[in-house]
Write a protein that binds this ligand. Structure first.
Ligand code: G3P
Ligand code: CA
Length: 296
């Protein structure tokens, strides 16, 4: 029932988008929505996951306390079509369950313990309250943090989950997180899948998108590739270990944002800022905050 309501709301919103106002993309001369590139974004990767079990409310709360600008939420989809916050396609690493997320209902996944693995793996960081933490749905995350938080959401394995983009946009619409707010956007959507991002762009061209790229070797990028990404994305993300200053400056010279992942050491953060990145993903948003402060 809730889903039917959301679908109706999304349909109305999509019609509205196409008829009632000039999109950020059009306003920007067809280049897509713009973000403020003077602001260095501190993205809490899976929450402050250096200190708490990733993708739990506890981890996201720490990210907020440590003044991260966005909390990063990776999405998987349950057998009954609910979007949950989880990095892996399988339950094994971060819960006491086993098997594929897509083979379990939300009710079944809610029985699992998503925190004890962290206490066992990192005894020096363990806390009794982490034991028994639940896997949150995207809706629960948004309900908990509301519109005061910003969300950097990744569509994971979109080929495994047909319809995940529609479901994601329905939820964001329902909680009023979309709209012509690109310069200070509450939501960024990222994916390694160009198809997934292009689908989101087609459904709603006002949502700022970041194309993730997986490089096996030191990264290079051509003007043609950048121009292709610019058709739908406002920025690129890639492993910081694969890039150099020339790469960063080339991306920036085309006006795209660049948010490398996952940067946990202060020396690396400092070097990337000197190269000109516009933000980064870190498991330690407190460290990045200190480095950004001393860089400014
Ligand atoms: O989304 C940025 C970064 O998180 C991509 O890698 O595997 O941690 O989702 P991963
Ligand atoms: Ca991610």
């Amino acid at each position: 029932m809730k889903k039917m309501f959301r679908t109706a709301i999304l349909s109305i919103a999509l019609v509205g988008l196409s008829t009632s106002f000039v999109s950020q993309a059009e306003a920007a001369g067809g280049e897509g929505p713009k973000l403020n590139d003077n602001k260095i974004l501190n993205v809490s990767h899976r929450g402050a996951s250096g200190y708490a079990p990733e993708h739990t409310i506890a981890s996201y709360e720490l990210g907020e306390e440590m003044k991260g600008d966005y909390i990063e939420v990776d999405l998987q989809m349950t057998k009954d079509g609910e979007l949950i916050a989880m990095h892996d396609e399988t339950l094994d690493r971060t819960t006491n369950g086993t098997g594929l997320v897509k083979d379990y209902t939300l009710a079944e996944i809610k029985q699992l313990d998503a925190g004890s693995w962290f206490n066992e793996k990192y005894p020096e960081k363990a806390k009794p309250e982490y034991a028994g933490l639940k896997v949150p749905t995207l809706e629960e995350v948004i309900q908990h943090f509301g519109k005061d938080e910003r969300y950097y959401i990744e569509t994971k394995s979109p080929d495994v989950y047909p319809g995940m983009e529609e479901e994601l946009l329905e939820i964001l619409e329902e909680y009023n997180l979309l709209g012509p707010n690109a310069p200070s956007s509450k939501v960024l959507i990222q994916s390694f899948s160009p198809e997934s991002l292009k689908k989101v762009h087609q459904l709603n061209p006002d949502v700022p998108l970041v194309q993730l790229i997986s490089y096996k070797k030191p990264a290079t990028i051509t003007d043609e590739q950048i121009n292709e990404y610019k058709k739908y994305a406002v920025g690129l993300g890639m492993s910081y270990t694969k890039i150099d200053q020339d790469y960063v400056q080339k991306v920036r010279s085309h006006g795209l944002l660049i948010h490398p992942y996952t940067v946990n050491e202060k020396e690396d953060m400092q070097r990337l800022l000197e190269w000109g990145v516009t933000g980064m993903f870190t498991n330690y948003p407190d460290r990045l905050r200190e480095v950004i402060k001393s860089h400014n």
